[in-house]
Write a protein that binds this ligand. Structure first.
Ligand code: AKB
Length: 340
């Protein structure tokens, strides 16, 4: 019996999931099943065939989904982000690493069952990098995928190791077995910069000072930015992140020269972000109150990344630069959100 393949999104209730479901649902031929610890937002629920409230660590739950669905694309968004992971490193390892391992095994079993590779889209992060000093961060400029792989956070270590796990499943899985078992998982990875969404409020990230500042100003709330004004890391507007996920997922295997891709759109300083926010919300109260420990994390992340491989291999082209991101997406959407 051939079943219609579906897309499986874990951590679907989070920031990326919100935009991904809305975009994917525009294609009536793409049935979506979702998993999250929490119920889906009411406006998203009608867009998916089934939403499961549960944990990626629940083996029985994954076994049930294994039996009920034929899955050809997994977008594995479930994760604890960098700041939260520093407060609960053991929980972060369990969710970020053991959870990803469980999903890779799930994908392997799916691929063995229906005979076609399962595209496994894994969101890694600039947290997988570790620049040794602010001086080197400044001179390093656009960092390439294979440079500075020395993360200093549990989240960054988790992300880098899971990249290696995904490549193992894709290329070397049970390589000593009598019969080749690899290539059932088609692992594809995006190293996301800081993401800024107008629709969802960030939770637990160390790059969240940018969206937090904007959402606070839009609500007329004061905001104390926890990094220095000169702090600079790469960012991207959420719609471009969603487009990148769908573009890389649908690229033909032959286009791809590497399993892990940098992507970015703009890299403003915290002060440059504050300037734009103050222009749009003149009465906003935004100042700087350094959190030296969180600053140390952001200082280990690159000022910018080289995304030439993504642009060459599968046509990555962000629609929103800094000004367009704020003027055409973030400000209008956020004003509408808080006007309701
Ligand atoms: C975080 O700040 O932890 C995330 C990230 C940069 O991956 N937004």
């Amino acid at each position: 019996m051939t079943r219609k393949p579906v897309v499986f999104i874990t951590g679907a209730g989070g920031e990326i999931g919100h935009g991904l479901i809305s975009t994917l649902a525009q294609d009536p031929d793409r049935a979506i099943i979702t998993l999250d610890l929490n119920p889906l937002h009411p406006e998203l629920r009608p867009l998916v065939r089934r939403h499961v409230v549960g944990s990626i660590l629940d083996a029985n739950l994954l076994e049930t989904l294994q039996a009920e669905y034929e899955i050809d694309l997994i977008v594995h968004l479930a994760a604890l982000l960098s700041t939260r992971s520093e407060f609960t490193p053991k929980a972060a390892h369990r969710i970020n690493v053991e959870g990803t391992m469980a999903l890779l095994e799930f994908a392997q079993e799916q691929g063995e069952s229906h005979g076609r590779p399962v595209v496994f889209l894994y969101p890694s992060s600039i947290a997988a990098y570790g620049l040794p000093s602010v001086a080197e961060k400044t001179t390093a400029g656009k960092v390439r995928e294979d440079d500075y792989s020395w993360p200093t956070t549990m989240y960054g270590c988790n992300k880098l190791y899971c990249e290696m796990l995904g490549i193992y499943y894709s290329r070397h899985y049970r390589q000593l077995a009598a019969e080749a078992a690899h290539r059932k998982v088609d692992f594809r990875c995006l190293r996301f910069p800081g993401l800024i969404s107008a629709v969802t409020v960030p939770s637990g990230g160390t790059s969240d000072y940018a969206p937090e500042m904007l959402h606070a100003a839009a609500q007329g709330k004061p905001y104390a930015c926890f990094v220095r004004p000169d702090t600079r890391i790469p960012f991207m507007a959420m719609p471009d992140a969603i487009t990148a996920i769908l573009s890389l997922s649908s690229a033909s295997r032959e286009q791809l020269t590497r399993p892990v891709y940098n992507i970015s759109a703009f890299n403003p300083s915290a002060e440059e972000i504050r300037q734009i926010v103050m222009q749009e919300f003149p009465g906003a109260v935004v100042d700087f109150k350094l959190d030296a420990k969180r600053q140390g994390i952001v200082d280990s992340w690159p000022e910018d990344v080289d995304d030439s491989a993504a642009r060459a291999d599968w046509g990555f082209r962000p629609k929103y630069d800094l000004n367009r991101a704020f003027r055409e997406y973030l400000i209008p959407t956020i004003k509408g959100r808080y006007a309701q």
